[in-house]
Write a protein that binds this ligand. Structure first.
Ligand code: SF4
Length: 347
């Protein structure tokens, strides 16, 4: 069995180590100390031994990674906790389900340069880091070939040349893995390069780090983010209201003070947020944190995640229930990403 995960690749040119003798920032120490052992996860959360074999089996396919700040929001002794279900591997990940593939969005056909995905008009996606602070079991990139997409500094220059030449591009999207898992010196360099491209208008950052390790939003990050001339959009990834604690709200406040617009995208997940009360509470909680609901994605059919699927009919029913209870600005758009389409498909 081959172990595949975003953390197979430990460093990239955007993740060089800090100088010897320099104390790592708090967030990096928390990242390094994240739980990566199924037995430790089960013991810390007082789960019965019955959960361990599944956790070990799934872990062999896609490694567990759970930082302490996220673990603290999980109810010990409750195997059905909605945050735990996002990070606990199950035997079900072994099932081969028809239609579920290694590359559900067919991203391999849209990579003109290493680390660059150019799928939509006017926007490009840059894989700024191959690692994440948390490994989500339903992740559509759980099989992504990060090792083949980790550019060297020279390859980054090649990518930047590509971006300079294509004047139709208005927006750079930093993605990963989680782009904020890269260090600030390197992110500052990349963002400065992007800001120097005159036809670029916006910088978008897709990240879960401010949610799972709120200390990631520290003065260094706020420094490079605040300095860029580009308009800034941070798209967070939050699936359940319990993920938004006071530390997350404070991190979001700091991002907004640096000039970022905050949006959220969720994935509709069986057993986690496939209920109208939970989705309503999520929208309300996001707004309390200064975040607008943006997308509610149906599951991308990635191999190993079929047990999270919610049918289209059920998804539409949930949206109807939300529409009866929420103002329009708190309604996420229910969408599916269809390979080959030039935009997300509304359901
Ligand atoms: S943080 Fe995002 S990219 Fe990383 S494992 Fe979770 S869903 Fe996937």
């Amino acid at each position: 069995m081959i172990t595949r995960s975003p953390i197979d690749v430990q460093t990239t040119p955007l993740q060089d180590p800090v100088s010897p003798g320099t104390r790592k920032p708090a967030w990096q120490r928390q990242l390094a100390g994240a739980i990566r052992d199924p037995r430790v996860l089960c013991e810390r959360l007082r789960l019965s031994d019955a959960w361990l074999p599944g956790a070990e089996t799934g872990h062999a396919l896609f490694e567990i990674r759970v930082p302490e700040a996220y673990l603290a929001r999980i109810r010990p002794g409750d195997p059905h906790d909605p945050l735990l279900r996002q990070v606990l591997p199950l035997n079900a990940e072994m099932h081969q389900s028809p239609g579920y593939t290694l590359d559900p969005l067919n991203e391999a056909t849209h990579t003109p340069r290493r680390g660059l995905i150019h799928k939509y008009h006017g926007r490009v996606l840059l894989i700024a880091s191959p690692t994440c602070a948390v490994n989500c079991r339903y992740c559509f990139r759980r099989h992504f070939p990060y090792a083949e997409n980790a550019p060297s500094r020279a390859q980054w220059q090649d990518t930047l040349d590509y971006l300079r030449k294509d004047t139709s591009i208005r927006e750079a999207i930093l993605s990963g893995g989680d782009p904020l898992a890269a260090n600030d010196r390197q992110l500052a360099w990349l963002v400065e390069q992007l800001g120097a491209i005159s036809h670029f208008k916006r910088l978008r950052i897709h990240t879960r780090l401010p949610v799972v390790i709120p200390d990631r939003v520290d003065p260094k990050l706020l420094g490079w983010l605040g300095r860029t001339r580009l308009q800034k959009v941070v798209v967070l990834h939050i699936n359940h209201p319990n993920e938004v604690d006071n530390a997350v709200i404070k991190a979001c406040t700091r991002l907004k003070e640096a000039g970022a617009t905050l949006l959220n995208q969720s994935v509709l997940l069986h057993g986690i947020n496939d209920s109208a009360p939970v989705l309503i509470a999520l929208s309300e909680r996001l707004f309390e944190a200064g975040i607008l609901p943006y997308y509610l994605h149906v599951l991308d059919p990635v191999q190993g995640a079929a047990h999270f699927d919610v049918s289209d009919e059920e998804a539409r029913g949930l949206m109807e229930a939300l529409r009866e209870r929420l103002p329009g600005f708190l309604m996420p758009r229910l969408v599916r990403e269809v390979p080959g389409k030039s935009a997300k498909t509304p359901l």
